[in-house]
Design a protein around this ligand. Structure first.
Ligand code: GRF
Length: 192
């Protein structure tokens, strides 16, 4: 089974997912694609011997170079891990039910365009929420609105800051995201 990851940032999730599947014979991360040339995630992937590719807006939305790369790979799952552009509709059609995203809060709350990274955690703390968490969901044509696959929560303490909450959430992501991916790919095999 082949996984392709899209990421724009530091890529701690991407790194963690790559490592998790390095010792499984049937599931591998085969490529990491990023829309930021200098994104740390590209170096991390490269250092772990995973194909690392940069693309620009044009290659995704117009010339469809990204699409052709994906068609060649023929992935079983496309994982967005800190990817901030809308996934094009023609690609969602082609890879329907094969594109998932992780969001660092309990959707449907604290999601949508512009709600990412520190902004999410700031809003959760400003609203004095007792808990936050993570959501893994299918991707559709709107930000953070696709069908939810998995959620789990973490307590927000009164003295949490956006930074400390971000750390807790990252830990949760690292623990659960690879397992959720693995389950999806295994169930996929059983129903095929
Ligand atoms: C994660 O918190 C994820 O929920 C969000 O973007 C962040 C990516 O973090 N979509 P990293 O680059 O994997 O460290």
């Amino acid at each position: 089974k082949k996984i392709v990851i899209f990421a724009s940032g530091t890529g701690t999730n991407a790194e963690n997912i790559i490592k998790y599947f390095q010792n499984t014979p049937n599931i591998q991360v085969v490529a990491v694609l990023s829309n930021r040339r200098t994104a740390k995630v590209l170096k991390k992937a490269h250092d772990l011997n995973v194909k690392a590719l940069y693309f620009d807006r044009d290659a995704l939305y117009h010339t469809r170079e990204v699409y052709h790369v994906l068609k060649d790979i023929n992935p079983d799952l496309i994982v967005l891990a800190g990817f901030l552009w809308i996934f094009p509709e023609y690609m969602l059609e082609e890879f329907s039910n094969k594109v998932i995203n992780i969001h660092p809060a309990l959707l449907p709350n604290y999601g949508g365009k512009g709600m990412y990274g520190p902004k999410v955690h700031e809003a959760v703390i400003t609203n004095k929420e007792d808990e936050s968490g993570i959501t893994v969901h299918y991707v559709n044509e709107k930000y953070d609105e696709g069908q939810i696959i998995f959620q789990t929560t973490v307590k927000v303490d009164p003295n949490d800051t956006p930074d400390s909450l971000a750390q807790k959430i990252h830990k949760l992501e690292h623990k659960h995201f690879p397992e959720v991916i693995e389950k999806l790919l295994i169930n996929d095999t059983q129903s095929a």
